[in-house]
Design a protein around this ligand. Structure first.
Ligand SMILES: *[C@@H]1O[C@H](CO)[C@@H](O)[C@H](O)[C@H]1NC(C)=O
Ligand SMILES: *[C@@H]1O[C@H](CO)[C@@H](O)[C@H](O)[C@H]1NC(C)=O
Ligand SMILES: *[C@@H]1O[C@H](CO)[C@@H](O)[C@H](O)[C@H]1NC(C)=O
Ligand SMILES: *[C@@H]1O[C@H](CO)[C@@H](O)[C@H](O)[C@H]1NC(C)=O
Ligand SMILES: *[C@@H]1O[C@H](CO)[C@@H](O)[C@H](O)[C@H]1NC(C)=O
Ligand SMILES: *[C@@H]1O[C@H](CO)[C@@H](O)[C@H](O)[C@H]1NC(C)=O
Ligand SMILES: *[C@@H]1O[C@H](CO)[C@@H](O)[C@H](O)[C@H]1NC(C)=O
Ligand SMILES: *[C@@H]1O[C@H](CO)[C@@H](O)[C@H](O)[C@H]1NC(C)=O
Ligand SMILES: *[C@@H]1O[C@H](CO)[C@@H](O)[C@H](O)[C@H]1NC(C)=O
Ligand SMILES: *[C@@H]1O[C@H](CO)[C@@H](O)[C@H](O)[C@H]1NC(C)=O
Length: 881
């Protein structure tokens, strides 16, 4: 949480020159000065693009939104755009309502793995475990089931899925909320999840846009709370090519999938805050990617009023400047800004259109949205409708059970997302004589599964990261409980020691003959507002927690059948012990959610097919290259995180570095995972398709449409006498008819406050973006240029799944050795059976971002493809003509 006072920085463009720097107005309202010339900057991009009535997939929603928004008054439009304040109503985010037309305030609720601050909901596997399934249909199912649960509680907007952070640094605190460090894979997982959520009738939110790759310094106030003397939030500085080819790629897929909302992030990008960066919101997301939905701020990530509107923000969340300040950059300020001409009326219309179009696109109906039947702020039945102000007591929790039979999916998905890294014949288990389960990570949290606020601890088995991207467990099946049940069924002997500091007892058990020891250990992380054992969101190291490595070493030194199971948010260093022959298997069980024990039992006993690693397991922390910035490096100004590695993160970095030094060879590469059988890859076939040459999009947009006129008489916007104001609630109304007093802003009307960039108010028709033109960008980016097939034959003796992967070299200077461009989880291939792997390469897949033409270009460099079972086991290869 931000703990500092108001940060009244406004985004300003220095001059009309295209090289204009963007910089912050100082809190004291002084005339802005450009930053030191060596700091990265973000160029201005105005005006903010308005919706396209012809946008693919949005035409009907546009027409419905137009019919609705055309009826709205200025105050009603402002109500749609601005949250009513933190804890001012039942959801984590609540917009104002439009009582006159029967629209209740929209309910926005966390998060990417299901419902937070609720009850009788499911706790799904976290993103990284879902990612490790490599299964499009499981991603889609997961989205649909999460959407169904949200709908059942009356939620309009679910605050997920996430592909930011993507996982630049393996220590990044929130990496587990996303699916994969690879943008191609993350993009497909995002798209499938979004389609699932929205098919269930709930708006999905792609987040966090963008380059939100670490927790340290993401919010200056939070960093101050940890004792750092910084006045501004971290700036992630990255180049245009890296942005397009890595960080923005999954967002582009999200837009193409029709996502209704995008959340802008806390951090700055090139020293301009994510929620007021016109280049990223106007230029990339809305213009180039053709995004038609709305952009909401992360909670307290908004730092300016009119400037954020001009830069493309559409919804202020949770609406107040800082939690419970009773003040807002929007609300009354937005009403004033439109009336006094600092915010274009068409911009407000466009905000309202985007919000309502997303609402209609997912099939919601004004006046027919069901009641919200839970409250984030109490588990009691009776509570306040406005909890912060303690107003309107009523039944707020109806304990509606929305879980359905989702446990089946959760168990299957977490099992199929479990990765077997090593197996010397120990697995699958088959009625073992004696099982000894060792380690705190196999048991329960003494405080119960929800004992730590927002899961902010690592006690008991680790089944969820911490922070806002969590949910309440309805129950948590521990590995101990599930393995014991299986052992009893098999008539195995079973003992467990569920603490890491009981060596004498453990020694006595695992030194006995006939024992199969299963050692559980974990590594946790989460969101920056919670620090656990000195890990302020981001992990401070890549080792196991709570003496996990020592426990594994101890057990394996005296037990020749030691199976290691790791629950972790990402890679941990296995280097010291993975080769020990007494360690007969190593299993990464990810972060599995409520069915944890059942899922790991299904894998250990061979009842399910395992997954493949969605990140690399390196030998050292340094071998990953990029890391979190842990100490401020710019005085008390914004810490500067320079993404100098470009696209070389995770396997791209390992492949590059291994070419120079074999010692950088990872232990287990991206895409790796053992299976229950062996597979032969053969018959690579490349079919070239005939397609028309690429045409950059040309022509003009329509001029900004206006929906309704608004009075310029401030008296028309005064607080209605028949409404009793609720404490600290954010309204669209003016308290007094003097603009200056109503704004509650000492610098109201001053030049510095109104310093709007050139073009911000221009509603005339604009040239279309050559790389844009449709949701997801230029339609021809999705032309299929090659179809590639290969035969996958099961040469072993078990029926199981295989995950063939296709990698591409773009060729040329400075490009990665190879990048993922195709994969498929082919299920249940029987011994001796052959199945066909098929991948389609689009123009975008083969292109690089060309910073000069500002478009995607297929370079002349030779293009090579490989097909195999991981990023380093690629038996088939061909050159594309
Ligand atoms: C306003 O703050 C900035 C940055 O702290 C400082 O450089 C400037 O001198 C201040 N201006 C006034 C008028 O106090
Ligand atoms: C950030 O600066 C780099 C280097 O000048 C530039 O390539 C990139 O386009 C900028 N990105 C944004 C979003 O401003
Ligand atoms: C704005 O929303 C608030 C909160 O839901 C509501 O009380 C008020 O009536 C709304 N105002 C208008 C003009 O619809
Ligand atoms: C939530 O439960 C209440 C009370 O049972 C019901 O009136 C309402 O329609 C439910 N909402 C949804 C979205 O099902
Ligand atoms: C308007 O915004 C300014 C910051 O730009 C803030 O200080 C002021 O309190 C806001 N006014 C209202 C009525 O919320
Ligand atoms: C149990 O251990 C004893 C002593 O090492 C050995 O003779 C026997 O074969 C083992 N039984 C099984 C089922 O592993
Ligand atoms: C790494 O961090 C974890 C969690 O704070 C801690 O338990 C462990 O001891 C640390 N490892 C090392 C080698 O310091
Ligand atoms: C490992 O074994 C040593 C004795 O060899 C013991 O002192 C230590 O507590 C053990 N550690 C764990 C985590 O079991
Ligand atoms: C493997 O375990 C045996 C006991 O079964 C022990 O004697 C041996 O030293 C262990 N080997 C290693 C490398 O730890
Ligand atoms: C218009 O209103 C906004 C929001 O209160 C304020 O920041 C700005 O200074 C005002 N501009 C003028 C020219 O009055």
């Amino acid at each position: 949480m931000r703990t500092s006072g108001l940060v009244a920085a406004a985004l300003c463009a220095a001059s009309t020159s295209s090289a204009a720097a963007i910089y912050e107005r100082q809190g004291n309202g002084s005339i802005p000065q450009p930053p030191a010339s060596d700091l990265a900057y973000s160029p201005p991009d105005y005006p903010s693009p308005w919706m396209d009535p012809e946008a693919n997939g949005w035409q009907q929603a546009y027409a419905q939104a137009q019919a609705f928004v055309s009826q709205l008054t200025l105050l009603e439009k402002v109500n749609l755009t601005t949250g009513v304040g933190w804890m001012s109503e039942r959801c984590v985010g609540n917009t104002g309502s439009i009582p006159r037309l029967g629209l209740r305030g929209l309910c926005l609720q966390d998060g990417p793995l299901g419902l937070r601050l609720s009850d009788y909901n499911s706790a799904f596997p976290v993103g990284i475990t879902a990612g490790a399934t490599w299964s499009r249909h499981l991603w889609n199912d997961r989205g649909r089931l999460m959407g169904t649960e949200a709908k059942g509680k009356g939620i309009d907007v679910l605050l997920g899925p996430a592909s930011g952070p993507i996982g630049r640094a393996p220590t990044g605190g929130r990496n587990w909320e996303g699916f994969s460090v690879d943008p191609y894979m993350a993009g497909i997982a995002m798209a499938e999840t979004i389609k699932g959520i929205q098919d269930a009738g709930v708006i999905a939110t792609a987040k966090h846009y963008i380059a939100n790759e670490q927790e340290h310094f993401r919010q200056a106030g939070e960093a101050q709370g940890y004792g750092f003397d910084v006045d501004e939030s971290l700036s992630s500085n990255l180049d245009d090519k890296t942005l397009h080819e890595l960080y923005a790629w999954p967002f582009q897929d999200s837009v193409r999938a029709g996502v209704g909302a995008v959340m802008c992030s806390y951090n700055q990008i090139n020293n301009s805050y994510g929620c007021q960066n016109s280049k990223l919101m106007n230029g990339i997301l809305k213009d180039e990617f053709g995004f038609q939905g709305f952009i909401m701020s992360d909670w307290q990530a908004q730092h300016a009023g009119a400037a954020t509107a001009a830069a493309g923000l559409d919804m202020s969340m949770p609406g107040d400047t800082v939690f419970n300040s009773g003040r807002s950059y929007w609300g009354a300020n937005l009403t004033l800004g439109v009336v006094n001409g600092t915010v274009a009326p068409w911009r407000l219309d466009d905000m309202a259109m985007r919000i309502m179009a997303a609402f209609f696109k997912v099939g919601r109906v004004v006046g027919e949205t069901e009641d919200i039947n839970f409250s984030s702020w109490t588990r009691d039945s009776i509570g306040f409708i406005q909890p912060h102000a303690s107003e309107n007591p009523a039944q707020v929790n109806f304990q509606v059970d929305v879980r359905g039979n989702h446990a089946h999916h959760i168990r299957e998905s977490a099992a199929k997302g479990t990765v077997i890294l090593k197996n010397e014949g120990a697995l699958p288990l088959n009625k073992p004589k004696f099982i000894a389960v060792i380690g705190e990570d196999a048991g329960s949290n003494p405080a119960g599964p929800n004992g730590c606020n927002d899961r902010g601890c690592a006690a008991g088995t680790y089944a969820m990261g911490w922070g806002s991207g969590t949910s309440q467990f309805p129950y948590l099946v521990t590995p101990d409980a599930a393995l014991q049940r299986q052992a009893l069924e098999d008539n195995s002997r079973y003992e467990s020691v569920l603490q890491n500091n009981q060596w004498a007892a453990v020694q006595g058990v695992v030194s006995q003959p006939n024992v199969t020891a299963i050692v559980f250990a974990n590594a946790a992380s989460g969101e920056g507002y919670i620090s656990v054992d000195g890990n302020a969101g981001d992990r401070k190291n890549l080792t196991l927690w709570n003496s996990g490595d020592e426990l594994i070493k101890n057990v394996s030194s005296i037990c020749s059948n030691t199976i290691v199971v790791i629950h972790s948010v990402g890679p941990v260093l296995l280097t010291d012990w993975y080769e020990n022959p007494n360690i007969t298997a190593i299993v990464w069980a990810g972060v599995p959610g409520q069915e944890s024990g059942n899922s790991i039992t299904d894998i250990l006993y061979g009842k399910r097919s395992p997954g493949r690693s969605p990140f690399t397991w390196g030998r050292t922390r340094e071998s990953y290259g990029a890391d979190v910035l842990y100490e401020p490096n710019n005085g008390n100004g914004a810490p500067q995180s320079d993404f100098t590695e470009g696209v070389f993160i995770d396997y791209r970095e390992f492949d590059r570095a291994t070419a120079e030094n074999p010692e950088n060879t990872p232990l287990f590469e991206f895409g790796f995972g053992l299976s229950w059988s062996t597979f032969e890859y053969s018959n690579l076939n490349v079919e070239k398709r005939q397609v028309r040459p690429y045409n950059p999009t040309t022509g003009q947009t329509i001029a900004a449409p206006s929906f309704g006129n608004a009075s310029t008489d401030l008296d028309d916007y005064l607080f209605p006498s028949n409404i009793r104001p609720i404490r600290n609630f954010i309204y669209p109304y003016l308290n007094v008819s003097s603009a200056e007093d109503a704004s509650d802003d000492d610098s109201y009307g001053e030049e510095a406050a109104d310093f709007l960039p050139p073009g911000a108010l221009d509603g005339s028709a604009q040239p279309k973006n050559p790389a844009g033109g449709a949701p997801g960008g230029n339609r021809q980016l999705w032309d299929i240029l090659y179809t590639i097939t290969a035969t996958i034959t099961n040469t072993g003796s078990a029926t199981t799944d295989e995950v063939p992967q296709l990698y591409l070299s773009h060729g040329g200077e400075g490009e990665p050795v190879r990048v993922l461009r195709g994969f498929e989880r082919i299920e249940r291939i029987a011994p001796g059976e052959s199945k066909t792997f098929r991948a389609e390469l689009t123009r975008r897949d083969l292109s690089n971002w060309d910073t000069v033409s500002q478009n995607w270009v297929i370079t002349d460099a030779p293009k090579t493809i490989w097909v195999g079972s991981s990023s380093r086991n690629l038996p088939l290869t061909a050159t594309l003509e």
